[in-house]
Ligand binder design. Structure first.
Ligand code: AMP
Length: 177
């Protein structure tokens, strides 16, 4: 176990993964570095502890890893947003465009209460398309999305334009590939 860390050093940068031209920011280096992982959860709690957050919704699958300790520390429900076909109950769904092709995500209807104030998170925000689709499924249940959080942000991909009107926070940002 390392006794010191830099969040930047803990995030491995893998060129040409999963395809040529993409620089992949790999958060598994945070997970094997307990002080770095603790730093992330501490900072998330610090950012939101004085806000009215009724629940956190997290995107499959890396979003779950950060959202679970945060939910436990905050004493709030954790809502799972999963790829199509994974949730057994009745769901709300949203299709959205990927760079190539499209994807669909779902949330359990029973997990969403009308009026609940939900923070939505993922490990990394790139174009913002995934978080925007998550907002759509939560709003089908009349929830209010009060914030977006990503451990890593890539603002040069203009997620601000897609996630407009809802505050976006990140722990570290990268500005080019
Ligand atoms: P987006 O919907 O474009 O904001 O993409 C966000 C989702 O894709 C997240 O679940 C990320 O884990 C993943 N992702 C997109 N681009 C990258 C990247 N350069 N490195 C690591 N993960 C990425």
């Amino acid at each position: 176990m390392k006794s010191t860390y830099s969040l930047d050093d803990a995030i491995r940068k893998i060129p040409d993964f999963p395809k040529p031209g993409i620089l992949f920011y790999d958060i598994t280096g945070i997970l094997v570095n307990p002080p770095a992982f603790k730093y992330c959860i501490d900072r998330m709690v610090e950012m939101y502890k004085n806000e009215h957050v009724d629940a956190i919704a997290a995107i499959e699958s890396r979003g779950f890893i950060f959202a679970a300790p945060f939910a436990e520390r905050m004493g709030i429900p954790l809502i799972l947003i999963r790829k199509k076909g994974k949730l057994p109950g009745k769901t709300w769904a949203c299709s959205y465009a990927l760079e190539y092709g499209k994807a669909e995500i779902e949330v359990h209807q029973a997990d969403v209460t009308p009026g609940m104030r939900v923070l939505v998170m993922d490990d990394l925000i790139a174009t913002g398309g995934t978080l925007n689709a998550a907002k759509n499924v939560l709003e089908q249940g009349q929830a209010q999305v009060i914030g977006f959080f990503g451990v890593v942000g890539l603002p040069f991909l203009n997620y601000d334009a897609v996630l407009k009107d809802v505050p976006v926070r990140t722990l570290i940002e990268y500005f080019g590939e």
